[in-house]
Write a protein of this length. Sequence first.
Length: 596
Amino acid sequence: MAAGPRDAVPGGGRVFISYRRQDSAWPARQLYEALAARFGASNIFKDVDDIEPGEDFVDKITAAVAQCDVLLALIGPHWMSMADGKGQRRLDDPEDFVRVEIGAALARNVRVIPILIDGAPMPPAAELTPDLAPMVRRQAVAIDPVSFNTERLFATLADIFEAQATAAAQAAAEVASRTEAARAQAAREEAARAESAQQEAARVQAARDEAARGERAKQEAARADQARDEAAAAAAMAAEAGAGTAMTGAPTMGAGNPPAGSGHPSSMAPAGQPVDPRKSGPRRTPVAVLVAAGVAVALLATLLIWRPWMSNSSGASGPARPASAQPSTTQPSISASGPGSASPTAPASGVAEGPNAVWAHRGGLEEHQFETMQAMEAAARAGYGVETDVRYTSDGVAVLVHDEDAMKGLDCGGHDVQVSKTTWANLQKLCRSKPTAADPNTYPVPRFDQTMEAIAAASPTAWVYPEMKTDLSDAQVKKFVGVLIDNGLRGRAVVTSFSRDRLAQVRRLAPGTPTLLLMQSDRVPASELKGDDLWGVAVEKGIATKQYVHQLQANGSRVMLWLLNDTSQWNVARELGADTVMTDFPAKYTQWRATQ
């Protein structure tokens, strides 16, 4: 059986060697070495040793076979008759690895070449299971067990790879051509839609403008008609008043004029004649008053006519409109509140009491090896703050590894592994955690996103403190913070780093994200840090003083001391007034703290 990651190597195909160890182990080894020398070791897959307990091995094998171009089925003298511990033929077992490998290759149209070892014959189709029977129609290659002549096989593989490469290149060219044509067509259609939309928008706007002009014209005409009517009425009243005054000879009413009926000669009949009330009629209004009234009406009409041209300071007619509410531009961010926000019993300082007052350094070392997902989950379930380190592989996968050379807590089989120069697949393949006295098991290198998901699932209250170990692009920083938010850690995650520039980048790109500065050898003056808006500062125990701790706290920062692993150091942290500590032994620290 065989499997492995698919690493592209220019000019080479990928070969999967299927064999039984009890039947053809030595030819498989020789064939592997010869093929690796000719086509490159990264393209030759032999032995599935990385299927984890509980994983579906059928899915694993099927996926590995699907990544290859050719499967070599090594058939030795006992290939057909090999039996299991119960005496049953292994080929009849649906879960037999060799059967699964060859069956998957045939089902997925992977090129299958039977390799006959030590003079073994091609199995009859009638003696094979239905899923393996099509293999007998494939041209076999016999390998001489003495001279081990592989030239014919190599020539066949070279022809297959060349034909596949040519076909792949042609297919890629066709896909590229179709893609480019589709892209060009889509661009033309998009341009046409945009032009049509612009034309429609212009037409609609023109219609609106025309309607608005018509409405304003109607309003202005109505106001003008009303003003003319009022002016005409005022003029008529003035004319009527003038005529009446001329006929009665009434003078203009002044301050000394007596009122009507007061005995003034103008209100009385000629001497000796009785006054006829039927002929006296109503008293006429003086001309000056009527003229003034007409002028007032005319002025009012003028104001009505000119009102549409009056505007507010913005140039829009009518009363000024209230400003519309601006849309919020606040980005989702992790709450900057302190750990105490997770607990209603937190003290006024904002530092949590209880287990969250201690940080488990890289998950702690009491139950599992440092920086394993198992250690992180255990620390979170216990309610401790979980501190960890984040680095990036060469293909951009965020992983939890302390050092660039992948040494602390990891066993990489003697390989010189540099995290930033190694792919995620190779890091998984080469490195595992070292066993400890408490846990003899080994575990794969954990990913950042998967571990944050596990911590969030393990505890709804435990805090997490991931350290950015390297410089990141803006896009990587946004994704880094996004992992915390997406996994429900908003409000209980603090990004840490030894670099003030990296933390400033986090605050710029993800406002409101709490940040903590780590210090190891040199203290940065507290006054210089005052403007950094730090959630907290972690000070290495060797450079901490009571005065410095108090200065940082006066800035509004929480102060954590690290790395403290015994009672004498814990006593010092208490005397210095630190808010919390980071330790490899959080359970021991918690027990000690309960006795103080």
